[in-house]
Design a protein around this ligand. Structure first.
Ligand code: AMP
Length: 389
């Protein structure tokens, strides 16, 4: 069901409560933002609301303060950074609810950033009274925090019961549009590339994508659980012994759609620049740390023909050279394919950056956990709660 967008709202002289994702990484001490990527990702919605005459209340969580104020997880540095990026003042509230905050209600064109929502335990408990107090600050609600949409908290779900209209922000809209189309009505062939450490983290994703994709390429450590389940030698590679039965079932379900590595870069040690060789059968005592050149070629050939690509997870231990080769090669293949490409997960994002191809990817999802749950077929509570069109 399609949801109301910020573009559908009358914003002039309205007080808008916008749930954003300012959960930025901070240097020790909590004063310095080490990446302002999430703040920048919210700018289109923030500017849109201000350009259309709204007074804007921004709210976010930051870190895990466990329901208590914690100066090292204050959103104050975000107010400073946002003011710099917007080129207009951003007022920092002392809290996210209460009389002092109510008195700071922003007028048209003004921006108020509330203090960390998680300084109150009621936020994560989705407490109705806390939700009501948040909602009482505003006329309309906008959620642009895709990265928090898989959590049913007061600021993502609870407070919506107390507002007249709840709409998706521009970033949320974009996420839903890309992920929604790719998982329901993709341009074909639709190919998914999954990698990373564990099968157990991505079971739902594999099962759900199996219904929609034409081809599923699995690399990274999770491939070795499948290869072992198929009776192949895996040496010292990471294998989830308790998931072998499940891997067999998934292989039956996927049939010829599934492609697994056919060669591997192996080493006796888990460390950068360790002596290594390429093999088709993994010897005893060796662990596979990357996909080999034949696999890169086979996966790249499938990717080259794709019209939609969904990628989550590295093909090997890409943090350690030279075991980043497979992941970087796939990043280049995805970028060069001309397909609609959707990349999720911090590791895949790092890989496309280190391959220098980030600008050739159609959509890099801002929500790791949320995008995995979406790909796994879960209806995200923060999306479900928004007003239907
Ligand atoms: P995930 O968080 O599930 O996407 O997993 C990412 C992690 O999987 C990265 O830290 C990789 O180093 C690790 N990984 C990928 N391939 C392998 C492999 N063949 N052996 C061990 N770890 C791997």
């Amino acid at each position: 069901m399609s949801k109301l967008s910020i573009r559908d709202l009358e914003l002039k002289d309205k007080c808008v409560f916008m749930r954003v994702d300012f959960n930025v990484p901070l240097a020790p001490g909590g004063q310095e933002i080490t990446s302002d990527k999430r703040i920048r990702a919210s700018l289109p919605s923030i500017k849109y609301a201000l350009d259309h005459g709204a007074g804007l209340i921004l709210a976010s969580h930051l870190g895990r303060p466990k329901g208590k104020p914690n100066a090292e997880m204050s959103l104050k540095p975000c107010a400073v950074k946002l003011a710099e990026l917007l080129g207009r003042p951003v007022t920092m509230a002392p809290d996210c609810i209460g009389a002092a905050v109510v008195a700071m209600k922003p007028k048209s064109g003004e921006v108020l950033l509330l203090e960390n929502l998680r300084f109150h335990a009621e936020e994560e408990k989705n407490d109705p009274e806390f939700s009501r107090q948040l909602a009482s600050l505003c006329d309309v609600y906008v959620n642009d925090a895709f990265g928090s949409a898989h959590r049913a908290h007061a600021s993502t779900v609870g407070m919506i019961a107390f507002v007249k209209q709840a709409a998706a922000g521009l970033l949320m809209d974009k996420e839903l549009e890309y992920l929604g189309k790719a998982t329901t009505n993709p341009d074909r062939p639709c190919v998914s590339i999954l990698g990373g450490a564990k099968v157990s983290d991505k079971i739902e994703v594999i099962q759900n994508l199996a219904k929609v994709v034409d081809q599923l390429l699995i690399g990274g450590a999770m491939a070795y659980t499948f290869l072992r389940a198929r009776g192949e030698a895996t040496g010292k590679s990471l294998v989830e012994e308790d998931k072998l039965e499940l891997a067999k079932q998934l292989m039956d379900q996927l049939g010829p759609k599934l492609m697994l590595p056919v060669d591997h870069v192996v080493s006796a040690e888990f460390k950068a620049d360790a002596p290594h060789e390429t093999v088709t059968t993994i010897p005893d005592g060796m662990m596979a740390l990357d996909i080999g050149p034949k696999t890169i070629e086979a996966f790249s050939a499938v990717v080259a023909k794709a019209k939609t690509i969904i990628w989550n997870g590295p093909m090997g231990v890409f943090e350690m050279k030279p075991f980043d080769t497979g992941t970087v090669a796939l990043a280049k293949a995805v970028a060069g394919s001309g397909a609609i490409s959707i990349v999720g997960g911090g590791d895949s994002e790092k890989a496309i950056k280190s391959a220098g191809v980030a600008d050739k990817i159609s959509h890099v999802s801002t929500g790791g956990g949320a995008s995995l749950e979406f790909l796994g077929g879960t209806v995200l509570p923060g999306v479900a709660a928004l007003t239907n069109k």
